[in-house]
Design a protein around this ligand. Structure first.
Ligand code: GDP
Length: 495
């Protein structure tokens, strides 16, 4: 990294962040403002969660554990124009229509950052006077791909360091087979040869394919930066992503006009024009964060995927840790005071296993906390379904009564050739999670969703979203423990 660029850029960034925080603190003195980040790896459930959360605030839902709501102190909530004009809006109406319209399907997933402001009018307890006072909470919600968090590490690594680390990690037993194509090509590349767009493009394409294979092959392989190679957002197909690590000579710097110099320049451009603005303008401003995790998918895939998930959680936690890292990356860490880890899609389990799923995630998170030496923010864990696509029932098998979940699978063909018409319900024995989280983690412990009433394997069945529950207020989406999540994330601001 170039030292002069960093010190000026860094001080300037610091001044901007401090000035902004002061402004935000003054304007929030009477009425609270919270910037809530929603993240998680691709398919974790961010879009569905945020859509359901906003719907619950604006249209209401069954929310007994969300105290301000249950006590009737929320006078109303509405969407308001977002504060940052340069950020795309989270299209909550469109997502809600997708979930509840005639097609009743899942909305398009998160691919880039987006933002939404919700204004909540509420009555605060007047602790001194005993009377209630009218207040307003401004909740700014920022939805962004969890893959982008990986890039925080790059702020403290120059091109040489990043190349060395990336190469070393691709030698490991799990990664070596999927890295082979890229590494074979890399062996043919002399960093000192003249720069060439064709070489850069070929190396970047093979390197990106390797990173994506790590992400796709298994459920939760802990991922490697650069995050935009996995989730490019608006940079899809852009030359900004045309670089890759090189096997560099041990000594010396990049000769001008060489492939090495070209890759180094592009890596630096990625850091200063892509990574830094995201962390400076968005990440560093968060007050609270929810991290969504598809823990069930990892449990279904076995112990290795569970171990990978634990690594991924430690990575996420370290992005929020203050302290020992490079001063530059710690400058971009937000001062979050609450951090919620949520295991999503709990509606694939019978309610008797919801606490067990929570206990498993709690164990994973506490181990990750130890590894990341995380201290500071309050951390909680919840197993939830932002949109509950199943209901519970009992099925009789001989003399036995078995708890089942019932839902409508999406239209399509099952691996055994059975056709789902997208209308008819099926009952599934979801299987139990082990009561002891250690057993679940050691064994990968869960072979749930293993059988339908007719014994077929339904491990990967995808249920359609449910029909709306009609109430006297507005149509509502059923959920599991969304109210507990709301209470942890914003309940104290509404006290
Ligand atoms: P994102 O990539 O994190 O934005 O993930 P999405 O919110 O798009 O969710 C990915 C997929 O997970 C959806 O298309 C649904 O199939 C499934 N999903 C997410 N949340 C739920 C939930 O609460 N219940 C059920 N049954 N499925 C869910």
């Amino acid at each position: 990294m170039s030292p002069s660029g960093i010190s000026f850029g860094g001080l300037f960034d610091e001044a901007r962040i401090v000035a902004r925080s002061l402004g935000e603190a003054v304007s929030g003195a009477l009425d609270p403002t919270i910037r809530l980040g929603v993240t998680g790896l691709s398919r974790a459930g961010k879009t569905v969660f945020l859509t359901a959360l906003v719907q619950a605030l604006v249209n209401g839902a069954r929310l007994p554990a969300f105290r301000a709501y249950a006590e009737g102190r929320i006078a109303g909530a509405r969407l308001a124009p977002q504060p940052d004009d340069a950020v795309p809006r989270f299209e909550v109406e469109q997502h809600f229509r997708a979930l509840t319209g005639a097609e009743r399907g899942w909305p398009d997933s998160t691919r880039r950052i987006s933002e939404l402001r919700v204004v909540v009018d509420f009555e605060a307890h007047g602790f001194l006077t005993g009377s209630r006072t009218r207040r307003r909470l401004t909740l700014d919600i920022v939805d962004y791909p969890g893959e982008w968090l990986l890039d925080l590490a790059l702020l403290g690594q120059d091109f040489r360091e990043w190349s060395e680390r990336t190469l070393a990690s691709s030698d490991g037993p799990t990664r070596a087979p999927i890295a082979r194509n890229w590494r074979t090509h890399l062996d043919t590349l002399d960093p000192l040869k003249p720069e060439s767009e064709d070489d850069a493009r070929a190396a970047a394409a093979l390197f990106a394919a390797y990173l994506k294979a790590g992400r796709n092959d298994r459920v939760a392989l802990s991922t490697l930066p650069p995050g935009r190679f996995l989730m490019p957002g608006d940079l899809e197909g852009s030359p900004a992503l045309t670089f890759a690590p090189l096997a560099l000579p041990e000594e010396g710097g990049a000769p001008s006009g060489s492939l090495w110099a070209m890759m180094e320049r592009r890596y630096e451009a990625y850091r200063s024009h892509v990574v830094k603005p995201f962390f400076r303008d968005h990440f560093s401003r968060l007050d609270r964060q929810v991290v969504l995790v598809d823990a069930l998918a990892a449990l279904n895939a076995g112990p290795e995927a569970v171990a990978d998930l634990e690594n991924a959680l430690a990575d996420v936690l370290s992005a929020f840790r203050h302290g020992r890292n490079s001063w530059l990356s710690s400058l971009f860490r937000p001062k979050v005071d609450r951090l919620l880890f949520a295991a999503t899609k709990a509606d694939h389990l019978h309610h008797t296993s919801h606490d067990r799923l929570e206990a498993i995630l709690r164990r994973l998170v506490s181990r990750a906390i130890e590894r990341a030496e995380f201290g500071g923010a309050a951390v909680d864990v919840v197993a939830l379904a932002a949109v509950r696509a199943t209901r519970e029932a009992t099925a009789r098998q001989g003399r036995q009564e078995l708890p089942v979940i019932v839902g409508v699978p999406e239209k399509g063909e099952r691996s055994n050739g059975q056709i789902f018409d997208g209308e008819e319900e099926i009952a599934v024995f979801p299987g139990d999670l082990p009561a002891d989280p250690e057993v679940a983690l050691r064994s990968g412990g869960y072979q749930g969703l293993a059988a339908s009433e007719d014994g077929g394997d339904l491990r990967f069945v995808k249920f359609r979203p449910p029909k709306l529950v009609t109430t006297d207020r507005a149509p509502q989406l059923p959920h599991i423990r969304l109210d507990r999540s709301l209470e942890f994330l914003i309940g104290d601001a509404l006290a």
